[in-house]
Design a protein around this ligand. Sequence first.
Ligand SMILES: NC(=O)c1ccc[n+]([C@@H]2O[C@H](COP(=O)([O-])OP(=O)(O)OC[C@H]3O[C@@H](n4cnc5c(N)ncnc54)[C@H](OP(=O)(O)O)[C@@H]3O)[C@@H](O)[C@H]2O)c1
Length: 255
Amino acid sequence: MNLSGNTILITGGASGIGLAFAERFLEGGNEVIIVGRRQEKLEEAKAKYPKLHIHACDVSKLEDRVKLSEWVSKEFPSLNILVNNAGIQQRVNLLKPDKNWDYYQNEIAINIEGPIHLSMLLIPQLKNQKDAAIINVSSGLALMPGVWVPIYSATKAALHSFTVSLRQQLAETSIEVVEIFPPAVNTDLGGAGLHTFGAPLGDFADTIFQGFENNRQEIGYGETENRLKATREENLKGSQKAWEGFLKNNLDWRG
Ligand SMILES: NC(=O)c1ccc[n+]([C@@H]2O[C@H](COP(=O)([O-])OP(=O)(O)OC[C@H]3O[C@@H](n4cnc5c(N)ncnc54)[C@H](OP(=O)(O)O)[C@@H]3O)[C@@H](O)[C@H]2O)c1
């Protein structure tokens, strides 16, 4: 992938992995547009990086996605890269669901409906560019489910499946399709403080950018590189072991 001279839209770009990517794309001489729900987070990012373009958008909402695609096509006709990065992660005890369905459905809408629909809305514009890309941020949990985050893991497995089909359908177009499989990375995912054990964000992002430079289609980091090569049985065993570890560290889970 050519890493300069692009116009790039990053969902969830005001924090964590999205912001780390935005910084690197800006340094590389690209126009970068970031979107997210919280206006104050977008403004905070813009105060730090004045060249950023910001736009409030909730990717879980159909009308927001349509408005975003119309706005971006009008204001940034040169848009050639979409990064589907926005995501949330919720712990869900399937034996004790204590929220209404809207709460659970929101995770599905953000993590999988958003990327599918935004891709479909923007493919007509992207395919007219000489070089273009759709970069989907899935997860190591797409390959090895995190049992304590069952809906999240299912959305990421679905995003992985969609990305495989997308790549094949777009094979004859100018749009490259890249998937990133982060392991646990130290961001605010799931709520502040829940991922502090994760990999350092800067090192993770630098490694992913090396993957872009090397034109890799599926890019992992550390443990998730192993999962990409592991057998189904190895990943299932890994999932069970992680679940046992989770239960040991969360004695109140079963009540
Ligand atoms: N950190 C990890 O350990 C890890 C591991 C595997 C995969 N990932 C994936 O990496 C991606 C980025 O996560 P992160 O770790 O950087 O977490 P993060 O710091 O919480 O970033 C998530 C971003 O998504 C935005 N977002 C959430 N819901 C949105 C919505 N409905 N519409 C628009 N934007 C929305 C958030 O901004 P607002 O709240 O302002 O909307 C936030 O900027 C996610 O897809 C996540 O699943 C992360």
